[in-house]
Design a binder for this molecule. Structure first.
Ligand code: PLP
Length: 396
């Protein structure tokens, strides 16, 4: 047999972490890496946060799992916390980002198809280069052919407009449109924030035509941009939102948040998940919100983001042949490169023990744990500078 026991869907690299220490990962051979990837925007409290570890340990020893057949004091408490801190009135807990987006898609469809609704409105308009996950519905929601290959037929009901282009979005609207699904800041697509005007116009279109505005904040949400959720930067709110990654701080947890109106089709029996909202996940989510959902923490992230951005902008000036620009918000930053970012990401990882993430549109993602300190930011710049210098030398 030649297939590996671990299904070979990931092109895994030689870094094999076995331990975490604040913003560092330690490989099985003892090599220390500076982790400015955070498990792709997951480990927002780093790798050894006492509050998060303690909460999971305490809950694990008390009660790990019960069925959603029973009442959930833990789920009610975390849902209430999210409701208090966001636009939402109600929350469905999931185990991942894709499941949270799935629930968001179902909620938007059910909004129109509920008892007295409009069964025609089944289509969501999504945007080019979006990434919403790897389930059948979420790959269907993305226009990226590389994710579709081998998995046809796609789920019906998605149309792809150009990202950040209102005319393109309007041109796809019809009596079949149920709403829009968008990442306010595209992550995998290359750390591309949608413009203020575009987001506000989408909100107005939804209000005018009674459509659902769904934000996928799986990557940009949970304090990453210096606000609890990125939509707050735009001065508008969605009807439905998917969140995951950072919300569990490393424990698998996601959620679909909705207003009361948007959730009108999600009655008894309409949706479910065996593990969704289990007590262990709720403890993790609560510990994360305890740490990040307060003004002090959020303004610190915003301030760190400003400083990091300023230093990156200065830094790229030294390497005009390598880098194009810095973009993003808070601690969700991208270095757009003059060529493909992947070789540089590999170079930083293998030669300078610096972990970042390659993304679309020639962008290197910089996603430090939100708790990274001054010494870790200094170490980042030492590694990045050394990496850029050796990369240029090697190319010369
Ligand atoms: N949506 C966005 C914006 C993402 O970045 C991701 C993952 O990278 C997902 C959805 C899917 O999340 P998961 O991998 O937890 O299913």
């Amino acid at each position: 047999m030649s297939i590996a026991p671990l299904m070979p869907v990931y092109p895994r690299c030689g870094v094999r972490p076995v331990e975490g220490d604040h913003c560092h990962l330690i490989d099985e051979d003892g090599t220390r890496y500076l982790d400015f990837a955070s498990g792709i925007a997951v480990n927002l409290l780093g790798h050894s946060h006492e509050g998060l570890i303690g909460a999971i340990q305490a809950q694990a020893s008390r009660l790990m799992h019960v069925s959603n057949l029973y009442g959930s004091p833990q789920g009610e408490a975390l849902a209430q916390r999210l409701v208090d801190k966001t636009f939402a009135d109600t929350v469905f807990f999931t185990n991942s980002g894709a499941e949270a987006v799935e629930c968001a898609i179902k909620t938007a469809r059910a909004y129109h198809q509920h008892d007295s609704g409009d069964n025609q409105r089944t289509e969501l308009i999504t945007f080019t280069n979006a990434f919403h996950g790897r389930t059948m519905a979420t790959i269907s929601a993305s226009n990226q052919d590389k994710m579709h290959k081998g998995f046809l037929p796609l789920l019906e009901g998605f149309r792809y407009a150009d990202f950040d282009n209102l005319d393109s979005a309007k041109a796809l609207m019809s009596e079949r449109t149920a709403g829009f699904l968008i990442e306010p800041i595209q992550g995998e697509g290359g750390i591309r924030p949608a413009s203020d005007a575009f987001m506000r116009e989408l909100r107005s279109l939804c209000d005018e035509h009674d459509l659902m505005l769904i934000f996928d904040e799986v990557q940009c949400g949970v304090a990453r941009t210096g606000k609890l959720y990125a939509y707050e930067h735009y001065g508008i709110a969605p009807d439905i939102m998917a969140t995951a990654k950072g919300i569990g701080g490393g424990f698998p947890l996601g959620a679909c948040l909705a207003t009361e109106k948007a959730a009108r089709g999600m009655g008894f029996g309409s949706h479910g998940s065996t593990y969704g909202g289990n007590p262990l996940a709720m403890a993790a989510g609560m510990a994360v919100l305890d740490a990040v959902a307060n003004d002090d923490f959020l303004s610190e992230v915003a301030a760190k983001g400003e400083r990091l951005r300023g230093r990156l902008e200065q830094f790229i000036g030294n390497y005009p042949a390598l880098f194009d620009c810095v973009r993003g918000k808070g601690l969700m930053l991208g270095l757009r490169m003059k060529e493909e970012s992947r070789p540089f990401y590999v170079h930083l990882r293998d030669n300078h023990q610096l972990l970042t993430v390659a993304a679309g549109d020639q962008t290197l993602r910089i996603l430090p744990p939100l708790v990274a300190d001054d010494a870790e930011f200094d170490e980042f710049f030492e590694k990045l500078s050394a990496g850029a210098a050796s990369y240029e030398r090697a190319a010369a």
